[in-house]
Every structure is written in C-alpha cells, then in structure tokens.
Ligand binder design. Structure first.
Ligand code: MN
Ligand code: MN
Length: 471
C-alpha cells in the first residue's frame, strides 16, 4: 500500500464521522448492552403511568440507601434522599462533600408522563348494548393510532371517605382489555376522504368496557334503564368498592395493554409504550444508583406533565424544584443563587430517530441515527428556534468532552427539518433558572405512538452518559 497522500491524511484528521455501536464496541461489550436492557423492559411493563414510575423508582432508591425527605428536615453532606411530590413527580438527591456553592448541583431531569387517553370525570355511559368510557387525550396523540388495539386502564380513584384505591386492568395475564373501534373499510368512504389529523373525532375516542346487562340472581335481565352501565359499576364496586360519583375524584388513564417486546430477529430494538420519556428516567435512576462518587452533589428529577407543557403542581415549572435547592442551600449554609449559577443540567429527554420510511421530514446530516448512541440536542423548539433554551457552545463543549473522555457513544440530534414542526422539553424551564442545560437522550422511532421503538445500544449509552455526568 502506498503511503497516504496529504489530502487523504487531512481527510482522516479533519472530518467527523459518525459510527454505530456495532463498529465501536467489542462482542463482550455488546453482551453487556443486551443484559442492561432486560430490567429496563420489565420497568416499562410495570411503570406505564407517572405514578407507577414513581413507585418503582422509590423502591429501587430505598434499596440503594436513599431515604424519604420532607421539606424542612435536616440535611447534610453524605445524605441520600428522595422527595416524593404527590406520587406524581420525584426528586432524588445525593449530597456530596464538596463545596456546593463553588461546584453547584449536577442535575439530570427526565419526565415520567407519556401521551395517553385520560378518562373524563363522568366517563361511563351505555349505547345500544355497549358500555363505554369517555376519554380526553393527554399530550401529543395521533388518534388513529389508538383505535383497534388492546388497551388497559390504570390509575387511582379517591373515594368519598378519602381512601385512594389503585386500579389496573388489562395488563395482568388473563385480564380483559378495553378497545376503541374503527370503521370497516367497506364503509369508510367519508372518513378516508378526511385529512389524517381530522379523521378521528376527539369526542369519539370512547373505549368499550362492557357489552352485557346486569343479570339478577334468578338469571333474568334487570328491569331497569342503563343495565350495562349498572353491570360495569357493580363489577367495579365489588372489586374496588367505588361508586359512579367516585369517577369525579379519579385519575384514570387508558394506556396500551401488553408488554415491551424485542423487535427484529436480532433483538436489537425494543418496542414498547412510553419510552418517551421513561427511557431517560430509567437510565437516570440507574446512573444515580450506580454512582459511588461522594464528592459531587447530584439531583435526579422525574417530572410530570411534560407532555402537556410542564405546568401544574407536578410539572417542571412547579416551584418545588427551586424550593428543594433553597432547602439544600439553607441546610448547608450556602447561597441558593450561587448554587444555581454553578449548577449544570442534562435535560434527559428522547429525540427523534432518523426513519428511512419518512426521510422527507428529517435532515439526515443533523438527525440522530439508530444505534449511534445518545443524542445531544443543542436546541429543540420550532420555527425560528422559538421555545427552546439553545445551549451555549461552551456548555455543549464541556459535555462533548465529558462524553468523549468517558468513551460514550454519542451524536447530535435535532427534531426534524427546519419548519417541519417541532417540539420542546423541560430544558428551557431549567435554563431559565440560571442553570446551564442541554438536552441529551435516546433517539426514538414512532415517538408518541402506542408502540415506540428504540435501540438497546442507544439505551445503554444514555445510561453511560449519565454515569459520566454524575461522577
Ligand atoms: Mn419527552
Ligand atoms: Mn413527548
């Protein structure tokens, strides 16, 4: 072989080339990646709502020595605590030994709510031998994806006596499921003529919950109106002790039934409901638990309500985030403004994965590719970069070096072509509190669909990125 020409050498030295995990990892390392995905898939099966994700995470945190913290309690270096915000959002903090004013807090912020169909406050009605539940969709839902698939009912009901019961129907072996019907193609002429976004009416997204009347003990049909509704209420009352009025004080939600599954003969992809954003919530948690560093102060945030704008008492805009930093400052004798100024945050949220079937909406050079590692989005938003925090070159440079030094496979990402659409994350709300923030997360195919797809390699690299950030 002839020596390289200067141009060839320059090309090697100067060009950036994206590589996949299969090019960069050894066979043993790839085995480790596969192994890591197993418990994540179990987590997806048991944590389909923000409440269920909080319960799962608390269990793991407690097993790792974290204790529950209430506002106003004493805090000191070495403490490992979690703050459970109404069972819907969660904060975990490991207080380090170094000066918190000088070094700030390393914050990992993901969200645990996912798009779904919430029940209305008066959901139950019957029509022509069917009992239905009325829904109000939550987050960015493409309605056509939610019909003719098995659905499960998850959530809580607070009864008149104040007791809250948990409901979970459709996800245990042998459970019945719910379903929203669709038109047969033979009669879909009018519907087929409508634009996809308008083909399904929000008020029409009603799930079948029953189809038989209440039967008296003597085997005869109840001689009353609304016998199917009665049948449903009698069954729910028997199992959960609830009455119709209790729906008014409930948070019940319809999610896809079924478990996470390997996709592809080679099993390198995971198909499941709710990767967005439980994939980042899970990798954050495992990074925090694995992290044995006692110097830095690290905070894990699992926010709620990201899919609807981060508002409310459990959303990222809620003041509890600031309150916890204030409490930390107060207990450690530090100035909270100085802590924030020196803190940094990875907004851990999923990003769009390049999909060859829909190549037209992405600009390939700047979109995350499958198996090429965790995606870093300097900015999100839409239009002329509106509604985003757009991380600084310096901060992106810092994280870039951190990832490279730790051998993390990563790539940049953006949500899609300019002016194609857009979206946001919690990044801007944290950045607005004077904390340097950049988005880092797993590329997802079919984002927000009942069955989203990610790569096991990208999952593991996200975990590794968060480990590098914590240590
Ligand atoms: Mn998200
Ligand atoms: Mn989302």
């Amino acid at each position: 072989m002839a020596d390289k020409t200067k141009g060839q050498q320059l090309r090697e030295d100067l060009f950036y080339k994206k590589k996949s995990a299969f090019e960069l990892k050894t066979a043993d390392e790839l085995k480790e990646v596969m192994e890591y995905a197993k418990e994540y898939m179990h987590y997806l099966d048991v944590a389909k709502t923000e409440r269920e994700a909080v319960i799962y995470t608390i269990e793991k945190l407690e097993a790792a020595g974290f204790r529950e913290y209430k506002l106003g309690e004493k805090l000191e270096a070495g403490d490992k605590i979690y703050y459970n915000n109404r069972g819907k959002s969660l904060f975990a903090i490991r207080i380090g030994t170094e000066d918190i004013e000088e070094n700030g807090i390393r914050i990992l912020a993901a969200h645990v709510d996912s798009p779904r169909l919430d029940l209305k406050q008066h959901p139950l009605y019957e029509s022509e031998h069917f009992g239905y539940l009325k829904t109000h969709y939550y987050g960015g839902v493409r309605k056509y994806q939610w019909v003719t698939i098995p659905l499960a009912l998850h959530g809580v009901v607070t009864k008149k006596n104040g007791e809250t019961v948990e409901i979970r129907i459709g996800d245990q072996p042998g459970d019945p499921v719910l379903c929203i019907t669709d038109l047969l193609p033979h009669l879909a002429k009018d519907q087929n003529g409508r634009a996809l976004g308008g083909a399904f009416d929000g008020e029409g997204m009603n799930a079948i919950i029953a189809s038989s009347p209440y039967i008296e003990e003597d085997g005869t049909v109840t001689p009353a109106d609304e016998k199917i509704k009665l049948n449903v209420l009698a069954a729910l009352n028997e199992k959960y002790g609830i009455i119709e009025a209790d729906f008014m004080s409930a948070e019940l939600t319809i999610v896809p039934a079924g478990n996470a599954q390997d996709v592809g003969l080679d099993r390198w992809l995971i198909g499941a409901y709710g990767h967005d954003d439980r994939v980042c919530a899970y990798t954050e948690m495992t990074a925090l638990i694995e992290n044995k560093d006692t110097e830095h102060t690290v905070m894990m945030v699992l926010a709620d309500k990201e899919e609807t704008g981060s508002n409310g008492v459990s959303g990222m805009k809620g003041h509890i985030f600031m309150d916890l930093i204030d409490e930390l400052a107060c207990e450690l004798g530090a100035n909270p403004s100085v802590i924030r100024a020196h803190s940094k945050c990875l907004s851990a949220d999923v990003t769009a994965c390049y999909d060859p079937l829909y190549a037209g909406v992405s600009e390939k050079r700047n979109t995350a590719l499958i198996h090429c590692g965790v995606g870093m989005a300097k900015y999100t938003g839409g239009g002329g970069k509106s509604n985003t925090s757009d991380a600084s070159a310096e901060f992106v440079g810092e994280i870039r070096n951190l990832l490279d030094e730790n051998g993390v496979i990563w790539q940049t990402s953006e949500l899609g072509k300019v002016d194609q659409g857009g979206g946001g994350t919690v990044a801007m709300f944290i950045a607005e509190m004077n904390i340097d923030t950049v988005d880092l997360g797993v590329p997802v195919l079919s984002m927000h669909a009942p069955f989203e797809i990610i790569s096991k390699a990208d999952l593991f690299e996200t975990h590794r990125a968060f480990c590098a950030f914590c240590k």
